[in-house]
Design a protein around this ligand. Structure first.
Ligand SMILES: Nc1ncnc2c1ncn2[C@@H]1O[C@H](COP(=O)(O)OP(=O)(O)OP(=O)(O)O)[C@@H](O)[C@H]1O
Length: 255
């Protein structure tokens, strides 16, 4: 599943002809070809049930594709993962939640705490280290979840609809902060979303998927400007309209 490429490849990740059929018979993906470049923010945009989460699980290595292959350039990078549900331990403090991957990796207390504090500061949660999840807003819980993904110093971030359950204001703010943080760190990101607006705002490229079995119908390079003005620009509105039309074509007449 994570073979070394036999020939030199420039892309950080290559997904080649990947298909996935579950044992129960559902064909979730068929013939998916996609690359992720170093430092790139790539969104996977598609209708519900088209196999987006399955594709992420294959990239994470949690499942093997039943067709095709997934190739990392060189050694497999360190991967951080964020899901729609923050999946925090309700009884544990923010710092203990954020430090969990390091505890599982057998790191000592001092190292865990220092790294967790740094990750918490990175997402703007300083001062809440001792809070437990029920004391936090939804946006703050998501920040803690992002901090936990950052604590192991990832080179690639995989995100599965992380902001879908948040209110609009919080979502817009986290979009801004996430984009800035990933650029600053030079991270490559695969971001799964249903939202055309979010995908165009965040991404360098958007892969538009068809309904199940999911295929990549279109790959759109986004001409983007950094800064909050992009969201209000005619260029943003035009690219949202074009991406929306592409998604409608990918979903076909029965959607
Ligand atoms: N473990 C599984 N066993 C059998 N079928 C599965 C399994 N996981 C997912 N599926 C099916 O595979 C298809 C793709 O699911 P997946 O969760 O990848 O889609 P998705 O695009 O992420 O959907 P959504 O946007 O609604 O989260 C769906 O029809 C789903 O029911």
């Amino acid at each position: 599943m994570r073979e070394q490429g036999r020939r030199p490849a420039l892309s950080l990740l290559r997904i080649e002809g990947v298909g996935h059929r579950f044992a129960a018979g559902t064909a979730a993906l068929a013939g998916v070809d996609l690359t992720l470049e170093a430092g790139e923010f790539l969104s996977i945009l598609g209708p519900s049930g088209c196999g987006k989460s399955t594709l992420l699980r294959l990239v994470m290595g949690l499942e093997r594709p039943t067709a095709g292959r997934i190739l990392w350039q060189g050694a497999q990078p360190r991967i951080g993962v964020v899901f729609q549900d923050p999946t925090l331990m309700p009884w544990a403090s923010v710092i203990d939640n954020v430090a969990l991957p390091l505890r599982l990796a057998g790191k000592g207390r001092a190292e865990r705490e220092a790294a967790a504090r740094a990750a918490i500061a990175l997402v703007g949660l300083d001062g809440f280290e001792a809070a437990v999840p029920r004391e936090l807003s939804g946006g703050m819980r998501m920040r803690a979840s992002i901090a936990r993904a950052f604590v192991g110093d990832p080179q690639v971030l995989l995100m599965d609809e992380p902001f879908a359950a948040l209110d609009e204001i919080t979502r817009l703010r986290l979009d801004d902060e996430l984009r800035a943080l990933c650029r600053r760190k030079g991270l490559a990101v695969v971001f799964v979303t249903h939202s055309v607006f979010e995908s165009v705002y965040l991404s360098d490229r958007v892969a538009v998927m068809t309904g199940r079995p999911g295929r990549v119908a279109d790959i759109r390079a986004i001409a983007r400007e950094d800064g909050a003005t992009f969201r209000a620009s005619p260029a943003y509105a035009r690219q949202c309209a074009e991406t929306s039309a592409s998604l409608a074509r990918a979903m076909g007449p029965s959607a």
